[in-house]
Design a protein around this ligand. Structure first.
Ligand code: C5P
Length: 228
């Protein structure tokens, strides 16, 4: 079975990221490139990961007017990435424009949306004019994402069961905040073990520090893959 593990390559430079992935196999993990690494290492670095055979999730959370987001998605697809994301709060038209831009490709990358950032609590949401419990706002934006025809969302594993029931079996639920039993929680608040996340209906698990800061990354990768 293909691996459900996406390793968050949260490194400050291409050199450090490349040294880390050198012993890894594309058969046992996918890779996520976020803002820090993308800004320092650039598109050619992303392409080099793709050329090494890795499925790459480009986590740049596009949020702009529909035409601009569609163009950015097109440019990302040309790098050969496997998955990319936008902010659902950019609205249905923006998400549809992104999806239509990707449909032009022979093998379109998967397109998912961020609903509510996990750093946003109820008072933060109120501050930007959203008078809604975070959980209900997540549900609302997840439904909007499905309506716009996207492949799935980024969500907390704690919300996965509710969202799986709401959105059906084919909708991708991609979840960070995964910690193998006994691993350091770090700054994550609501964590879940890989076993529980899979039972809750998660499609892919995003794991960073428990692997990137481990003395034996392959051992942690194997442990997580065994759980799924
Ligand atoms: O090191 P750790 O496993 O906490 O890394 C989780 C990764 O998932 C990081 O790249 C982080 O930016 C990302 N992420 C998250 N929570 C979200 C969205 C993304 O932790 N809500």
């Amino acid at each position: 079975m293909p691996s459900k593990l996406i390793i968050a390559l949260d490194f400050p430079s291409a050199e450090q990221a490349l040294a880390f992935i050198k012993p890894l196999s594309p058969d046992t993990c996918k890779l996520k490139v976020g803002f820090e690494l993308y800004v320092s290492a650039g598109p050619s670095f992303v392409q080099s990961l793709v050329e090494q055979g890795f499925d790459v999730f480009l986590d740049l959370k596009f949020h702009d007017i529909p035409n601009t987001v569609a163009s950015a998605c097109r440019a990302a697809a040309k790098l050969g990435v496997w998955m990319m994301n936008v902010h659902a709060s950019g609205g249905e038209k923006m998400m549809m424009a992104a999806r239509e831009a990707l449909a032009e490709f022979e093998y379109p990358p998967k397109l998912i949306a961020v609903t509510v950032l996990t750093s946003m609590d109820q008072s933060q949401l109120q501050g930007i004019g959203i008078d809604q419990e975070p959980k209900l706002q997540v549900k609302r934006l997840a439904n909007l994402t499905a309506q716009a025809g996207l492949d799935g969302i980024v969500c907390s594993a704690q919300e996965a069961e509710m969202l799986r029931a709401e959105l059906g079996d084919d909708f991708l639920l991609v979840t960070p905040g995964i910690r193998p039993a006994g691993a350091d929680i770090g700054d994550q608040h609501r964590v879940m073990t890989p076993e529980k996340a899979i039972t809750a209906g998660v499609s892919y698990m995003v794991v960073g520090r428990p692997i990137t800061q481990s003395d034996n990354p392959q051992q942690v990768i194997d442990l997580i893959n065994q759980a799924s």
